[in-house]
Design a protein around this ligand. Structure first.
Ligand SMILES: *Cc1c(COP(=O)(O)O)cnc(C)c1O
Length: 385
């Protein structure tokens, strides 16, 4: 059996090696290292793929979130509601901009921001909601867009984990994740579903004025060379990363399909296991007919509900099965983001999830032999007396 990897970037590279190597060589020859023709070409290819008017590339996914908030003109003291169970980047940029983060609980089935908790958190100071499409599937965007409209709030989608996911609205309409709110962001960190070979990110919007503002912000607030109209940052995508992203973008749907195929096999193997809860999909046609299209499985995350999660993690280490606990500490309990406004009783779900979740190897190169070994090892251990 091939050694199991948590993500297999090397295997994926083999398929696109020639295109990437040749593309990088020509960037080196061209000396257009930042914001060159490769970046512009990638930008318009991604606009087309997502069905959005504007993609603004930038240096990473954290910057993308920060720049989106700067572009919307959010001011110190404005309250921004986001999920307690996510990667810290989301709350970090809110704090960096001296906005007030308002962390709320999540849904126990799909790990995404809880709709009733959003409603309870809204005050006259609330200016925006940041749904994080966690682990590869969209938050309940029907409800979030409705709440936002009613309360005059911006919706900023953190799409770092779900690029390529499709969201089906209640009326049957479909959109790609990241382009449903006022503005969306993503990360091209190597291990993300559309990853480059360094850091990278992008901002998406259909709003022409906002796109114009943001194009200046990423480049020191300049709309004309050496005239600085707004306070900006330096956040750009380099051409070498654009070459990698251009090679991968046409394969993104195939990558998603391969991840879904692995997820289906995992879920099938765990069927009927009383101590193991497999990931649930938001878009469900019927009890048994899950709509896998809505999920791109950035992570395949189980809940181990008999208290053996930590012991299982140890056991997987001894069996050379990589795994991850995303995330071990809720944001409201992190030293940097603690706040006396929060009560433990506000976070029953995240407080429980951090004890139960475990993510399994998930990438485009997993084979049946590896999946069988992983699932048999887990089932055997979880059911041991
Ligand atoms: C990865 C990630 C980010 C940050 O992206 P970087 O490119 O690493 O800065 C933000 N939000 C979420 C949910 C992420 O998973």
């Amino acid at each position: 059996m091939k050694k199991i990897q948590m993500v297999d970037l090397k295997g994926q590279y083999q398929e696109i090696k020639e295109q990437v190597n040749n593309g990088i060589a020509s960037v080196l020859d061209s000396s257009a290292y930042i914001n060159g023709p490769e970046v512009h070409a990638f930008q318009s290819e991604l606009e087309q793929y997502l069905g959005v008017k504007h993609v603004i590339p930038c240096a990473n996914g954290t910057d993308a979130l920060q720049i989106a908030m700067m572009g919307l003109g959010l001011k110190p003291g404005d309250e921004v509601i986001t999920a307690d169970f996510t990667f810290a980047a989301t709350v970090e940029v809110i704090a960096v901009l001296q906005l007030t983060p308002v962390l709320v609980d999540v849904d126990p089935d799909n790990f995404n921001i809880d709709i009733e908790a959003i409603k309870r958190a809204i005050t006259p100071k609330t200016k925006a909601i940041v749904p994080v499409h966690l682990f590869g599937q969209c938050a309940n965007m029907d409800a979030i867009l409705e709440i936002a409209e009613k309360n005059n709030l911006f919706v900023i989608e953190d799409n770092a984990q779900a690029i390529g996911a499709n969201h089906t609205f209640k009326d049957g309409g479909k959109k790609k994740s990241g382009v449903m709110g006022h503005v969306g962001s993503t990360s091209f960190f190597p291990s993300k579903n559309l990853g480059c070979y360094g850091d990278g990110g992008a901002i998406f919007t259909n709003d022409d004025d906002l796109a114009h503002t943001i194009r200046g912000i990423v480049n020191h607030g300049m709309y004309r060379r050496y005239y600085h109209d707004v306070v900006g940052v330096n956040s750009r995508l380099d051409s070498i990363q654009a070459v990698v992203l251009r090679a991968k973008l046409p394969l993104l749907d195939t990558y998603c399909e391969k991840r879904r195929a692995a997820a289906r096999k995992y879920s099938k193997a765990f069927e009927g296991q009383e101590h193991i809860v497999v990931p649930k999909m938001v878009d469900v046609d019927s009890e048994i007919n899950y709509n896998y299209e809505c999920h791109v499985f950035h992570q395949y995350t189980l809940k181990i509900v008999n208290g053996k999660r930590d012991a299982l993690a140890e056991h997987l280490n001894s069996k050379d099965i990589p795994h991850g606990v995303y995330y071990p500490v809720p944001l409201h309990l992190q030293k940097a983001y603690k706040d006396e406004r929060y009560k433990e009783s506000d976070f029953p779900v995240t407080n429980q999830l951090v004890k139960e979740v475990i993510s399994l190897p998930m990438h485009t190169e997993l084979d049946d032999e590896q999946i069988n070994y992983i699932t048999e090892t887990i089932i055997g251990f979880v059911n041991e007396k």
